[in-house]
Design a protein around this ligand. Structure first.
Ligand code: GAL
Length: 682
């Protein structure tokens, strides 16, 4: 819908949560001057302002917000306006206690905290739609309004009577008959059969059912649908009254509680809040790779590839075990890393550090006792200048030949499954480990859903896709048949979407695609390793394996690695199969990173995917954004050491600690040599 996040401000946005209502209006003019100085262009306002906007039921006070918006406009700033539903005013919870959330212990919460509402309360839905309508009526056509920010970090479960009753209706609509539900849930086991819909209840918590995996996963699906429905309810008046203003909501990366793919029903662009934890050392490549994965995941959640980093902190987060201060330059690195992955905006929580309450020590732009003399303010100013220098990049896009599938349903089903290990089965980390192979090779990746269109990708990696729906099975099979290359791992296609093991066993719907059937798994205790090898001569490479060894039987496939230990020594550990005009690899064991990197590199070589595997120094990656005429190569040094990089086309470049170098190349027509243009020092 929009080539830019919003064409009203066609640059990379820089700004953040602005909570002027916490402060005496006498500081607002200083705020404006400091925003100008730090190139903080976009203020997200109203996120938690309900008590100030509607101090008494039905009495609205917009005077302070009018004044703030006037000041922002006069200072040539823009604003994103939030609906305030993440925290209800006290008068409301006092008069309508039923709007409060009920925990899994079935106790209704008291007033306070946030995201503390009953997801299905008719009163809360009516109140949150009303305040959204009032905001849209008053500010919907303001020339400096850039976007609607729906609520704040939707999340969490709710066990209120209204929500449980909505769950029963949801189940009825899904299964039609109680017999169909019983059969999908295998309820004859332990005599758990239901004979009426009103016997069904939310699973989990200290008192609830935990032994029916299909019910557990359905509950998560339902909570997602109920949350999306809650969002659409407050979004409706905004759509009606200001149809040209884009909508977003701040997501939380791989947050396990909600299937974010369902949110794109109402996301004109996606956004997320990134607060990586470092536990003392910022020099952890794995943390920056995990952030990169979540950036690419967020980009894949938007309809058009547009996204922004809605929140990050220029310093530390106060809710980690230790508040590790961000070292000089790290914040600018973080901002440019987001842009390298396609972000068109970098914003903060929050502008001015709060004097009191929960987040009084959380990093902010203007910190306690400082103005423009603070170290962090200086870091933000530098990031602002770097982002300003990139304004021509705002309408460019990422493009990837490789996709990784990240599937919330498989994650939920794996979490619910009792076995093959009781500890975390590591779904998210396994996806990130595969992603790492591409990050280290400087290859851009799209992180997509199991039913996302696959044509156009040369390589699709679907680790641990444990629960497989019919539509996903068709999607993957058709992709390979038509010439695509697919890589999957152990614990793929063990069950259908309701957590029932396929009648003819693991991997059943994809056996022809992989040319493999899978019989059983040997799970290893923590600390135990076995090994696999890629041949049985002196040239064979050996790799270590932890956690999972799936015992597979090739039918039409050929083995590319073998187990080297245990009673299954000599049996295949990984295979490749030709199917249609494509190929499918099955990796049966959880191998070390070296195996994953080497396999991905050799597949990229076969497929002609350009990569820098083995050429980039440790902790350095390359990411590319494409415009109509130019492409921008970002070389990112995610370490505190200086690094020398052999670039593609620009010779050797020295990167200082945390430096990002951006090289601009004119896209060549035909055989014409690429023209190298100016380098921007990020
Ligand atoms: C986010 C939230 C903000 C603030 C921030 C820092 O998750 O949206 O309101 O709490 O974290 O902790």
């Amino acid at each position: 819908m929009f080539k830019f996040l919003n064409p009203k401000l066609p640059v990379i946005w820089h700004g953040g949560d602005y909570n002027p209502e916490q402060w005496d209006p006498s500081v607002w003019d200083e705020d404006m001057a400091l925003m100008q100085e730090s190139r903080f262009k976009v203020a997200t306002i109203g996120v938690f302002s309900w008590a100030k906007l509607e101090p008494h039921e039905g009495e609205f006070d917009f005077s302070w917000l009018d004044e703030v918006i006037e000041k922002l406009s006069a200072a040539d700033r823009y604003f994103i306006l939030a609906t305030p539903s993440a925290a209800a005013p006290a008068w409301m919870t006092q008069k309508y206690p039923e709007i409060l959330r009920t925990g899994s212990d079935r106790v209704r919460r008291l007033h306070g905290n946030r995201v503390n509402y009953n997801l299905c309360s008719p009163v809360y839905r009516q109140k949150s739609a009303l305040i959204a309508r009032k905001l849209a009526e008053r500010y919907g056509d303001h020339p400096r309004l850039l976007a609607w920010h729906l609520s704040n970090e939707y999340g969490g479960e709710d066990f209120s009577p209204e929500t449980i009753s909505a769950f029963r209706d949801w189940l009825k609509a899904k299964y039609g008959t109680i017999e169909a539900l019983n059969s999908a849930y295998w309820t004859t086991f332990w005599s758990h059969c239901y004979s009426g819909w009103d016997q069904l209840d939310a699973p989990g918590g200290p008192h609830g059912e935990v032994s029916i995996q299909g019910l557990t996963v359905d509950w998560r699906r339902f909570i997602t649908d109920a949350t999306v429905d809650f969002m659409l309810n407050e979004a409706a008046p905004l759509r009606e009254l200001s149809p040209d203003i884009p909508h977003t909501t701040n997501l939380m990366g791989t947050f396990p509680g909600l299937d974010y793919r369902k949110f794109n029903a109402n996301l004109d662009f996606a956004s997320w809040d990134s607060y990586p934890g470092f536990g003392g050392s910022l020099d952890q490549t794995s943390v920056w790779i995990s952030v990169a994965f979540k950036h690419d995941l967020t980009r894949g959640l938007s309809k058009n590839g547009k996204w922004m980093l809605m929140e990050c902190t220029p310093n530390s987060s106060n809710w980690y075990e230790t508040m590790t201060a961000k070292r000089p330059g790290v914040h600018k690195f973080e901002a440019l890393q987001a842009v390298a992955h396609g972000a068109d905006g970098v914003q903060y929580f929050q502008w001015r550090q709060s004097r009191g309450s929960q987040e009084q020590f959380h990093g902010a732009v203007v910190n306690h006792g400082t103005t423009n003399n603070g170290r962090i303010f200086g870091e933000v100013k530098q990031a602002g200048a770097a982002l300003d220098a990139l304004s021509n990049i705002a309408s460019t896009a990422k493009r990837a030949e490789v996709a990784i599938i990240y599937d919330w349903s498989s994650r939920w089903a794996l979490d619910a499954a009792v076995g093959p290990v009781q500890r975390d089965k590591g779904y998210e980390q396994t996806c990130i480990d595969h992603y790492r192979a591409f990050w280290e090779a400087g290859v851009s990746v799209d992180v997509i859903g199991p039913d996302s269109p696959l044509e156009g990708y040369k390589l699709v990696v679907a680790p641990m896709l444990y629960s497989l729906s019919e539509s996903t099975s068709t999607n993957l099979s058709e992709y390979v048949r038509a010439g695509g290359t697919l890589v999957s791992t152990y614990l793929t296609a063990w069950t259908d979407e309701n957590s029932l093991v396929f009648e003819s066993g693991y991997l059943a719907p994809l056996r022809k695609v992989f040319g493999v059937w899978s019989e059983e798994i040997d799970a290893l205790p923590v600390g135990q390793q076995v090994s696999i090898c890629t041949g049985f001569d002196s040239k064979a490479e050996r790799y270590s394996v932890v956690d999972f060894c799936e015992l597979i039987h090739p039918t039409t496939s050929k083995a590319i690695a073998w187990y080297d230990d245990e009673f299954y020594a000599g049996r295949p550990a990984a295979t490749v199969n030709n199917y249609g005009t494509g190929r499918a690899y099955y990796v049966g064991s959880r191998n070390d990173q070296r195996f994953t990197n080497q396999l991905m590199t050799s597949i990229m070589d076969d497929l002609g995917i350009e990569h820098l595997a083995g050429e980039l120094p440790e902790g350095v990656t390359r990411q590319v954004r494409y415009g109509d005429e130019f492409e921008y190569h970002f070389y990112l040094n995610a370490t505190s050491l200086s690094r020398e990089v052999e670039t593609v086309g620009w010779g050797t470049v020295r990167l200082q600690p945390w430096q990002v170098e951006i090289l601009e190349r004119k896209i060549s027509a035909g055989d014409e040599e690429p023209v190298l243009l100016a380098a921007t020092e990020g």
